[in-house]
Ligand binder design. Structure first.
Ligand SMILES: C[S@@+](CC[C@H](N)C(=O)[O-])C[C@H]1O[C@@H](n2cnc3c(N)ncnc32)[C@H](O)[C@@H]1O
Length: 269
């Protein structure tokens, strides 16, 4: 039955996405037209409509993606102290903060900050990668903070703080943080190089930053100022190459995954 549900959903809606029905950790609320439209803007990978089938497809894919990221990062999380202060950059509708909270990546008492803003269009195209809008231009943001709050409430996740990027730049967040992460956000759609100055005051010596890398990523010289490791994460797109997650710190990182030089031979870093 489980296999049948998976195959039939995939055939009907999105043959290229891998996901499973079952016990989902991140729960997606009913898809009203407004919810479906906002989620579609954030998650352009899925063909979504305002119906139950789309809600389930979204729930399957986001849980599968979060599970894969969690598995890929497990060696790193296993060697770090549990973070007490956490920042997610570009949480969208909150799948990762829900998944990581429920998986105990941090304890209930941790300070969890989320940084995003409202927007009505995406700036995901490669042309923006080397020219991302810079604050106070927040036109790259495509989230909806009320939607984020409602998804967190629906999943009974409390004790977080949401910071609106339209009101304050990244560098003014109340750091430092033990863990900063962003999936399919900075570092993926927009080169991490443009955010390092803003991230600097948010990071202490042992802070760890994690982001998904774009498949066109090339190491850049400023990465030499940090310790870095690359961890591989299976994609939810069938037959897609594994995604690369970059871990970066001012201090030493545990020897998990592989080095940047191993991941990008010939990059001279
Ligand atoms: C593709 S969505 C990913 C959402 C979520 N991280 C996930 O994986 O489901 C990109 C997110 O980055 C946010 N974003 C856009 N510009 C940003 C910026 N300059 N800094 C941080 N986040 C940004 C968007 O608003 C959106 O929530």
């Amino acid at each position: 039955m489980r296999l049948f549900s998976k195959i039939s959903l995939n055939r009907l809606r999105s043959g290229s996405i891998v996901g499973e029905q079952g016990d989902h950790i991140f729960l997606v609320p009913p898809f009203t037209p407004e919810v479906a439209a906002s989620v579609s803007l954030i998650s352009t990978r899925l063909p979504l409509r305002a119906d139950e089938r789309s809600r389930l497809l979204c729930q399957m894919e986001t849980n599968a993606m979060s599970e894969r990221e969690h598995q890929a990062l497990a060696p790193l999380f296993g060697k770090m102290q549990k973070p007490q202060r956490v920042l997610e950059i570009g949480p969208g509708f909150g799948r990762s903060v829900v998944y990581f909270s429920k998986k105990g990546v941090w304890d209930e008492g941790a300070d969890v900050h989320l940084y995003d803003s409202n927007g009505t269009e995406t700036k995901y195209k490669q042309e923006y990668y080397d020219r991302p809008p810079q604050w106070p231009d927040v036109s790259s943001f495509c989230g909806q903070l009320s939607l984020l709050r409602s998804f967190l409430d629906y999943n009974h996740i409390a004790g977080y703080r949401i910071f609106d990027a339209a009101e304050l730049p990244l560098c003014k967040l109340p750091g430092t943080y033990d863990l900063i992460y962003g999936f399919f956000s900075i570092g993926f759609h927009w080169s991490l190089e443009f955010y390092l100055d803003d991230l600097n005051p948010l990071m202490g010596k042992n802070s760890v930053l994690i982001c998904t890398l774009n498949k066109h990523f090339k190491p850049f010289t400023r990465l030499r100022d940090y310790s870095t490791r690359i961890l591989y994460c299976r994609d939810t797109k069938k037959r897609a190459a594994p995604l690369r997650l970059l871990a970066l710190s001012k201090g030493e990182l545990p020897e998990v995954g592989i080095t940047l030089a191993e991941a990008f031979p010939g990059s001279k870093l």
